[in-house]
Design a binder for this molecule. Structure first.
Ligand SMILES: NC(=O)c1ccc[n+]([C@@H]2O[C@H](COP(=O)([O-])OP(=O)(O)OC[C@H]3O[C@@H](n4cnc5c(N)ncnc54)[C@H](OP(=O)(O)O)[C@@H]3O)[C@@H](O)[C@H]2O)c1
Length: 262
């Protein structure tokens, strides 16, 4: 490499990358999604945040500054998922980045107790919603040669802990979907990747884990603490940035403090 071929790296690289970019982060009313959406907004992007309750989402959006809009819809419902993405594209005037993050465990249920309704809801929310959102965003992402980042989970790789089989399988789907769509959408210049969080201390675990279980997990993590929502942000920004990750597609970044088990 000669001196003239060496890339220049502006000090405000991330602001240059994301200023005025149109970004939808699904499931960003709180937790990991809220931290990711706030970072994009601070870097000058025009961000749509999303949750199920419009008043709550609007309050979060207002706290993130000008240019942040709130959208509501239940992502276990395909029609509502489609409507949220279409509204985001309409109100932002297009789309550069789609972060498929909405999801939750819905409950810990052993195989013998899984009924058809629970099976369907798990699949619709934690697997299918990313397909529906990506399909709805496709024309806009083709126009912008944009990027998709899915949220997987460490449990997609390990199988998760007791009662989380469907949730964990659905999260494995997110990493697999990213790999498949990366190949399919590469001709359009669209990159598709995933972030796989470990045990991140959000409302999620207030609902689905006990304090004892979390303490035991933290003790086993090489970095000796649970993750914070903010710990996940860098991986999403990196994968969304064409400058930083323009040759990276179909990959999953693990953000887990070195944790490789539950
Ligand atoms: N925390 C962890 O340890 C961890 C680890 C690996 C992966 N993840 C994944 O990371 C993502 C964010 O989790 P988090 O920890 O930040 O959880 P969280 O604080 O509970 O936030 C979940 C987000 O998803 C939205 N959501 C949940 N159910 C929804 C539905 N039916 N329709 C539309 N939106 C829905 C929530 O909106 P509302 O405010 O309307 O509920 C909220 O914005 C999820 O996909 C989760 O599976 C989390």
């Amino acid at each position: 490499m000669t001196a003239t071929e060496i890339d220049t790296w502006p000090a405000d690289l991330l602001a240059q990358e994301f200023r005025d970019k149109r970004v939808l982060v699904t499931g960003s009313s709180r937790g990991i999604g809220a931290a990711v959406a706030a970072a994009f907004a601070q870097l000058g992007a025009r961000v749509a945040i999303h949750g199920r309750d419009l008043a709550a989402v609007d309050a979060v959006a207002a706290g993130m500054g000008d240019g942040v809009i709130g959208l509501a819809g239940d992502f276990a419902d395909k029609g509502q998922t489609r409507a949220v993405v279409e509204q985001a594209i309409d109100r932002l005037g297009g789309l550069d980045v789609l972060v498929n993050n909405a999801g939750t465990m819905l409950g810990r249920v052993a195989l013998a107790d899984i009924d058809d309704g629970f099976l369907q809801e798990q699949f619709d929310l934690n697997a299918a919603s990313a397909v529906v959102a990506s399909r709805s965003a496709l024309p806009a992402l083709i126009a912008s040669r944009g990027a998709i980042v899915n949220t997987g989970s460490i449990s997609g790789r390990t199988g998760g802990s007791a009662g989380s089989s469907l949730y964990s399988a659905a999260k494995a789907f997110q990493a697999s979907l990213a790999r498949s769509l990366a190949t399919e959408l590469a001709p359009h210049g669209i990159r598709v990747n995933a972030v796989s969080p470990g045990t991140i201390d959000t409302d999620f675990h207030q609902r689905y884990s006990t304090a004892d279980k979390l303490a035991q997990t933290a003790a086993r993590i090489p970095l000796k603490r649970l993750g914070r929502a903010e710990d996940c942000v860098g991986a999403y920004l990196f994968l969304a940035s064409n400058r930083l990750a323009g040759y990276i597609t179909g990959q999953t970044i693990e953000v887990n403090g070195g944790q490789y088990y539950n």
